[in-house]
Design a protein around this ligand. Sequence first.
Ligand code: AP5
Length: 222
Amino acid sequence: KSNEALNVMISGAPASGKGTQCQLITAKYGLVHIAAGDLLRAEIATASPIGNRAKQYMEKGLLVPDEIVVEMVKERLLKPDSQQHGWLLDGYPRSLSQATALNSFSFRPHIFLLLDVSEHVLVDRVVGRRLDPLTGNIYHLKYSPPETQEIAARLTQRFDDSEEKVKLRLKTHHQNVDSVLSIYKDITVKINGNLSKDQVFAQIDTALTTLIHQRNPASGSL
Ligand code: AP5
């Protein structure tokens, strides 16, 4: 029996649906969503020297250096809410050195969710993605269109969401993914991410419910 908060990692190629699924996971399980990409974009928005430096890498689809990312994620994980409610780590670790750093701070996931999506689907998802700056909601012009004209009018596009940029991001992903997967293979649950948003969530929901039940058979809940 374990009363320790649930710690989840979610991984997958660019635009595989990590952010979309994280919104559904946090709504149901109350975990604290920590997305490396979001932390970096927040830093860019402040126009800090670190943000400006990070942007140079992100624009090329390259990994931002560890000395920036590792510290940022560590700080967020150490905040009391992550410790109390459990965390949902999205887009980190992306390399062996990032995984090693996390391990050395004793942050260990209970489950590693891997979103598996075909390459041609990824490009289509990136190009149509739009974000609502007001709510943080993720839309897609074809698959998840905005509910109202008012929302449609304020949607923005990410600076690295062109077809050309996503190819660079995919290349970086392929160069690094195997080393990360090998570390977490014992706790990996592979999710078919080609299906609809709800069908993908149903698989994740089953995996998390099963895990919670295994860790705490008496309660059957968080
Ligand atoms: P990051 O922000 O993490 O981007 P990414 O990994 O490329 O992933 P995305 O945010 O693009 O996609 P997602 O999987 O969240 O998909 P979404 O749910 O939005 O990283 C950006 C950059 O930051 C990196 O390139 C790197 O430079 C840097 N960085 C980040 N982490 C780092 C780290 N640890 N170390 C170093 N550098 C780092 O979905 C995509 C679209 O598809 C949306 O429009 C959505 O509506 C739609 N969609 C989602 N699910 C479905 C579905 N099931 N069916 C149909 N459409 C769907």
